[in-house]
Design a binder for this molecule. Structure first.
Ligand SMILES: [Zn+2]
Length: 433
């Protein structure tokens, strides 16, 4: 992979030249193979030759999740089916999942992006990588697996769940690197302690990759403290690559999005109008290094912004901020916009708060009600009732102050909320539509 590592440090001009040539090739491919794109271009009176510079990209309409569903399974396929070597799906909450396809070269370039990302954080040959991402149809497991092997790590394909076995593997094989969801990392620490282990001292962990669900900076700090590790943010989505679309470098300030593989834009989520660097909006991605199923101007639904400044590491690939949430994750409580990730940030900032919380939404007499159920650390929970009441008032005031909503607060003892081995179910919405 070394022959490609200078791609991280080439000039902006060379990078954009590469982007344009890859974009043109991608457009020719989708136009000649994919029934969906052929139609879309025709409807707009476009041909690939009309896209002469990167600035022309917005002439092409967005591709949405709805387009993927409506053209399931093969409408966006851009190579003959017998050149496809792998399919993955991403779970949809309703209806058909989204299917994504990989050619042999796609598998290689996906692995390369993971290898590059891991290398950037300091992982190297000699590290033992325990992959706790789900294997199977979900891209998280297999794509990370291939990338880590490519970098030369010893890979333990543990998959998600089975926490006691995870701990045993980590202990027996002296795992140093783990890919995990943030909520599962916290749960893992709980179980380690229950089993009499010290997460700080009894293991050889040094690097954690966190991803697959939004979480706050405070949660990262908490996880780093619990395990004494460096925890890095990662970003990915099945439609683009799976994991490895963007990753943090050692400076941990924003994630470098691999711009030799993707063109990124930030748009206003309601109007689709382009926004400037530094302005927060919806991330739109175009895959420019894919054969089987490139997607043009894909509305990811993820809210972020591009850092206008260059990173201290001097990589040319620009950084995106941690994902604030999905545009459609936003809750509207009595007319106030609330992101669950903000609730989490505020909660995790309070010393009394433990490791888990849940937001319950309900509607009474046409009014939305929000209840925050939150686990309190043992020391605080076992204090006097008076003291508990004070904690409750403090949490309520803090949320009201920063979010302009006054939720009902329910304090819970540690480990009382249901614990999950994958993505946490943080929001229970009981409102009737
Ligand atoms: Zn950097």
């Amino acid at each position: 992979m070394n022959q490609n590592s200078n791609i991280e440090f080439i000039s902006r001009e060379s990078l954009e030249k590469l982007q344009l040539s890859r974009l043109k090739e991608t457009l020719r491919r989708v136009y000649s193979f994919s029934p969906f794109y052929k139609n879309l271009f025709k409807k707009e009176g476009l041909t690939p030759s009309k896209i002469k510079s990167l600035k022309d990209l917005p002439l092409i309409p967005f591709t949405t999740r709805k387009d993927l569903r409506e053209n399931f399974p093969y409408g966006l396929l851009s190579i003959p089916l017998n050149d496809v070597v792998r399919l993955h799906t991403s779970t949809g909450t309703t209806g058909k999942p989204k299917a994504v396809f990989f050619s042999r070269n796609d598998i290689n370039s996906s692995a390369e992006l993971i290898a590059r990302s891991m290398k950037m954080t300091g992982a190297e040959k000699g590290d033992v990588f325990q992959n706790m991402m789900g294997y199977g149809l979900f891209t998280g497991g297999l794509i990370s697996h291939y990338g880590a092997e490519r970098l030369g790590l010893l890979v333990i394909p543990a998959g998600a769940g089975n926490t006691e076995r995870q701990i045993e593997l980590m202990f027996d094989f002296k795992t140093t690197v783990v890919h995990i969801t943030p909520s599962y990392a916290l749960y893992l620490a709980d179980v380690m302690e229950e089993k009499g282990f010290n997460p700080k001292k009894d293991f050889n962990l040094r690097i954690l990759y966190l991803g697959a669900e939004p979480y706050s900076e405070k949660t990262r700090e908490k996880i780093e403290r619990i395990f004494t590790v460096d925890a890095y943010n990662s970003y990915g989505l099945s439609e683009m690559n799976g994991p490895g679309v963007a990753f943090e470098c050692k400076y941990k300030e924003g994630m470098h999005l691999w711009e030799d593989n993707f063109i990124m834009e930030i748009v206003d989520p309601s109007t689709g109008e382009p926004l400037k660097e530094g302005e927060e909006g919806e991330l739109v991605l175009t895959s420019i290094n894919k054969e089987a199923m490139p997607i043009i101007r894909y509305r990811t639904g993820d809210l972020t912004y591009i850092y206008p400044e260059k990173c201290n590491c001097s990589r040319v690939h620009r950084r995106i901020s941690r994902i604030k949430g999905r545009a459609d994750d936003m809750l509207i409580i009595r007319g106030v916009n609330v992101f669950p990730s903000e609730v989490e940030r505020i909660l995790m900032d309070l010393p009394e708060v433990g490791r888990n919380y849940q937001i319950v939404l309900d509607r009474k007499k046409d009014l939305d009600k929000m209840k925050v159920r939150v686990e309190i650390k043992r020391d605080f929970f076992d204090g006097s009732l008076d003291h508990l009441k004070k904690v409750e008032i403090k949490i309520k005031a803090k949320l009201k102050d920063e979010l302009m909503v006054t939720p009902e607060i329910e304090l819970l003892e540690p480990s009382s909320l249901p614990r999950t081995t994958g993505k946490a179910k943080r929001i229970i919405d009981k409102r009737e539509i």
